[in-house]
Design a protein around this ligand. Structure first.
Ligand SMILES: NC(=O)c1ccc[n+]([C@@H]2O[C@H](COP(=O)([O-])OP(=O)(O)OC[C@H]3O[C@@H](n4cnc5c(N)ncnc54)[C@H](OP(=O)(O)O)[C@@H]3O)[C@@H](O)[C@H]2O)c1
Length: 327
């Protein structure tokens, strides 16, 4: 079928384009052409989705039957997609857990029991919730919104796992959160999510889905141990209590990526994924995600980019030095 990826040249969207090709579709991406080219074999349509005329112009002569939307961040982009693509058979939209008004901190139960943002604020979560409503009502029965949790894998330019891999590979004493080490976490591999999104669009599946791994599939400490195994580094963990990290000015999630203070972490990682599992969203072993990200990072590393204006992840050396015991 003719499958359009709105996005498709960076991370998740790139994997979607590849998965769609592998499944035999005639694939096009729609991007501004700033962040690079789609995978070989894909038709590269150009335009800015914030421009109301761009999508209709690009689609003249090539009319998609399926859409996977990985690039929607603005209300204008949502309106224009709704206007141009309401008639497709299946539309899989990539949203976020941030679409929920109560996340973070969560917890998040079954999708239909949780409220999403309805405010007019021009912010990430409210914009995703708006897009779900406006595109969902244009497409109707074939609209699925995947409220994604943390997405990891090769081509991840957000550099959260990437920073841990680089730091642990460098070895020596590595600051880790003492209480956070055993914290259960859940992630989704971009390739698992991508293939599943294509399948959901093909099947015209509808509704909201918490699109992440099973709660408790790993712990933060287990992920870090996997990074140590995969990189072969000789890192020694230096567990630092949460109170000391916060007192030193360590910013959760930013300076120590994936770390949240215990009170938030307990509920933020607690997301019901029963529907995702019922609909067959795969959850490959975490070691594959970590290993393949490490291989990619060493061979084809891309510069960090901030999706939401967040700073580059990682613990600055000067701050790290204040937390380590004297040599
Ligand atoms: N990373 C996470 O952990 C996480 C968690 C939850 C949800 N999400 C969601 O997952 C998705 C991941 O996206 P990704 O960056 O990996 O997808 P991607 O499709 O691989 O990359 C983003 C694409 O959007 C295009 N784009 C950006 N602005 C555009 C515009 N105004 N008009 C047309 N094209 C535009 C970019 O190309 P050009 O720059 O060339 O235009 C690029 O191809 C996002 O929707 C994000 O909200 C991510």
């Amino acid at each position: 079928m003719r499958l359009l990826v709105l996005g498709g040249t960076r991370f998740l969207g790139r994997h979607v384009a590849t998965a769609a090709l592998d499944r035999g579709h005639d694939v096009a991406t729609f991007t501004r052409g700033i962040s690079g080219e789609p995978p070989a074999g894909v038709r590269a349509l150009r335009g800015n989705r914030d421009d109301p005329d761009a999508l209709p112009a690009a689609l003249r002569g090539w009319s998609p039957e399926l859409v996977v939307d990985t690039s929607c961040r603005t209300r204008a982009a949502a309106r224009h997609a709704a206007a141009a693509l309401g008639g497709v058979h299946g539309y899989a939209f990539v949203s976020s857990l941030n679409a929920y008004r109560t996340w973070p901190p969560g917890p998040i139960g079954p999708e239909d029991d949780e409220p999403t943002w309805e405010s007019d604020d021009d912010e990430y979560g409210p914009n995703k919730a708006f897009a779900e409503r406006v595109i969902g009502s244009a497409v109707g029965a074939g609209f699925l919104t995947a409220r994604a949790g943390l997405i990891l894998g090769p081509y991840d330019y957000v550099y959260r796992l990437g920073w841990w891999l680089d730091r642990i590979a460098r070895g020596g004493p590595v600051v880790v959160p003492a209480e956070g080490f055993d914290q259960p976490i859940a992630v989704v591999d971009a390739r698992d999510l991508a293939g599943w999104l294509v399948e959901m669009a093909e099947r015209g599946r509808a509704g909201a889905v918490n699109a992440t791994g099973p709660a408790g599939m790993a712990t933060l400490g287990g992920l870090l141990e996997t990074c140590r195994e995969v990189t072969g580094g000789d890192a020694d963990w230096v567990p630092v209590p949460e109170a000391d990290l916060l007192a030193a000015g360590v910013e959760p999630w930013i300076h120590l990526p994936l770390w949240l203070p215990a009170e938030t972490a307990r509920t933020a990682w607690d997301v019901d994924t029963t529907r995702a599992r019922d609909l067959g969203l795969p959850a490959r072993p975490l070691v594959e995600t970590v290993r393949d990200t490490w291989v990619w990072q060493q061979t084809d590393r891309r510069p960090f980019d901030s999706p939401n204006g967040l700073p580059r992840p990682g613990l600055p050396a000067a701050l790290e030095a204040t937390l380590l015991p004297p040599p």
